[in-house]
Structure formats: structure tokens, C-alpha cells
Design a protein around this ligand. Structure first.
Ligand SMILES: [Zn+2]
Length: 304
């Protein structure tokens, strides 16, 4: 969950240019007759941007709905979507390039974005089928596998990366703890939305619903495994080189340097990797866990 800049432009003019450029006679009169209504609806969307579940559905005839959805006929869709993508401010693409040249989905933070999601579903809200603020660049699983109509109404369960102030509120937290199982220490991760986070009153419950609806806890734990293996291997390498365990002070400094370099790469405080490293830093039994892992690895007999 992170904010992306809102596309800018004259969206009503964009609608008019689509209507004026339409070649399908079947749709032209319906789209022309809807011009005033669409202008009103775009204003309605803008006024409800913090509370999009309040945007009413408007009954359209089958012909009108089909005409509105036809604004996305293949050739035109390609042009409109590429124009929208071009308007994404450079901040996103530049940020992505410093990490792995991939723009991540703002709903899950995990998968590469590659599709435009209609925030208010086009089936129920054909008026906003080509309205840029209703289009969000997301990953395929979030676009087709998770998001359902009931995630936006009557109670919204999807955060809006344009309008909800995600980046200014520390919503995501990760608690890293060490538990003993059969005399062996294991790391336990627990990702959650901090229900004491500040910000707008509606934001925390919304973020909790989003976190659950998109199954983010299991996903974040899964992707954290690689990070933890890296941590253990790095410690093992340092221990092997030095011939001794790190002191708590040395470990704290080492973890802090790793945490701050991750933060530089991923400024959003709600990015899962930032939350994970804050949790690692706060884990009081981390040194005992790492020492045990190294000692066990050293005690294993060499492979024949
Ligand atoms: Zn996603």
C-alpha cells in the first residue's frame, strides 16, 4: 500500500475527444446524449474522492452502458492507456528504477504492475470506464484474482493509492519474535496494520480491511523468507571471517545499517521490507537466534 500521484488533465475534454473521434455510429448518439450527465458524474466522483463508496450507481440502459464501455475498444484502449501511463509522474518510474526497474502494484506492493484496474468497477459504474482517476496501475493477480465488486461497496475494502493518505501514516508493522520449538530457536513473523496508527479516522479500519481482503499477511511472510535467509547467511559469513560472534552493540549497528539502506531504496514507510527490518531491529532475541544457527551449522559434520 503506497500512494501514487494522481493523473492530471481535463478528463471531460478527454471524454469529448473520444466521443468526437468515435467511428461506431451505433454508439455516437448515446455517447453524445450522455455528455452533460458524464460531466456531472465526473464532478460527483471528484467531490467523493475520500469516500468513493458513496458515489451512487446510476441506472443506464443496456445501449448506454455498452457505448460507455466501448470507449475501450482495442485500438482506442491502447492509445488511452498509453497516454495515461505517460502521465504517471516520473517519481514513480525513477523510484522503481533505483530498485529493480519495476513499478510495483500499489495494492500488494509485491507483483509488477501491468494492468489498469477500474477502482469503481466498470460493470457497475460504466460512467467512469475511461475516467483516469478511476484507473489504477496494478498487478494481474490484484486486478483479476482478488478484487471483487464488493471490495468497493457498500463498505470499501480497497485503499485508493491516489486519495487515501497512505504514505504519511505508519500503518504496517511487523513483529519479529524468537520462539523455542524442541530446543531449537525459530523466528516468528507477524505482519499487521497498527490499529493505533494516527491519520484520518477512516484510514486504519480501511487499511485493515484491505490487508485482510488481499491476503497480505501470508504474502508478506512468504516474501520475507528470502530476506531472513540473507540475514542468516550474512551473519554466518561475518562470524566465519571473524572467528567469533558479534557483540550486541556490533549486531545493532549492523542491523541499523541494513535497515537504513532498505529505507533509502524504499521510502514508503508502509513497504513490507521496511516494516520487516524495523521488526528485526526490535527483536531482543535476534543475537541468540543467530548464534545458535551458526553454532548448529558449524557442528554439522562435513559432507562426504
Ligand atoms: Zn497487486
Amino acid at each position: 500500500m503506497y500512494n501514487v500521484p494522481l493523473p492530471n488533465g481535463d478528463f471531460y475534454a478527454q471524454y469529448n475527444s473520444v466521443v468526437d473521434g468515435k467511428l461506431d455510429l451505433e454508439y455516437i448518439s448515446a455517447l453524445t446524449d450522455l455528455k452533460a450527465s458524464i460531466k456531472y458524474r465526473y464532478a460527483e466522483y471528484e467531490q467523493s474522492k475520500k469516500n468513493l463508496e458513496a458515489v451512487p450507481e446510476v441506472s443506464r440502459t443496456a445501449g448506454e452502458a455498452k457505448a460507455l464501455l466501448s470507449c475501450y475498444s482495442p485500438s482506442l484502449k491502447q492509445r488511452l492507456l498509453s497516454e495515461l501511463r505517460d502521465r504517471l509522474p516520473k517519481r514513480i518510474t525513477e523510484l522503481a528504477k533505483t530498485v529493480d526497474e519495476t513499478i510495483r502494484c500499489p495494492y500488494c506492493q509485491l507483483e509488477p504492475a501491468g494492468r489498469w484496474d477500474h477502482f469503481l468497477p466498470s460493470g457497475r459504474f460504466p460512467d467512469f470506464a475511461m475516467y483516469s482517476p478511476n484507473l489504477i496501475y496494478v498487478c494481474e493477480p490484484c486486478n483479476s484474482g482478488i478484487k471483487k465488486d464488493d471490495l468497493v461497496s457498500p463498505i470499501r475494502s480497497t485503499v485508493n493509492p491516489y486519495y487515501d493518505a497512505l504514505d504519511s501514516t505508519s500503518l504496517l508493522e511487523c513483529v519479529v519474535s524468537v520462539v523455542k520449538v524442541n530446543d531449537e530457536r525459530k523466528l516468528l513473523l507477524n505482519f499487521a496494520i497498527n490499529n493505533k496508527a494516527g491519520g484520518c479516522a477512516y484510514l486504519v479500519p480501511l487499511a485493515i480491511r484491505h490487508f485482510c481482503a488481499y491476503g497480505l499477511e501470508a504474502k508478506f511472510i512468504s516474501v520475507s523468507a528470502e530476506e531472513l535467509v540473507g540475514l542468516i547467511n550474512d551473519y554466518h559469513f561475518m562470524f566465519g571471517l571473524r572467528g567469533r560472534h558479534l557483540t550486541q552493540v556490533e549486531l545493532d549497528a549492523w542491523v541499523e545499517s541494513k535497515r537504513s539502506s532498505i529505507r533509502t531504496l524504499y521510502p514508503s514507510q508502509n513497504y513490507w521490507k521496511n516494516a520487516l527490518w524495523v521488526g528485526i531491529q526490535a527483536c531482543s532475541d535476534l543475537l541468540a537466534y543467530l548464534m545458535e544457527r551458526c553454532d548448529r551449522a558449524r557442528a554439522r559434520p562435513p559432507l562426504p
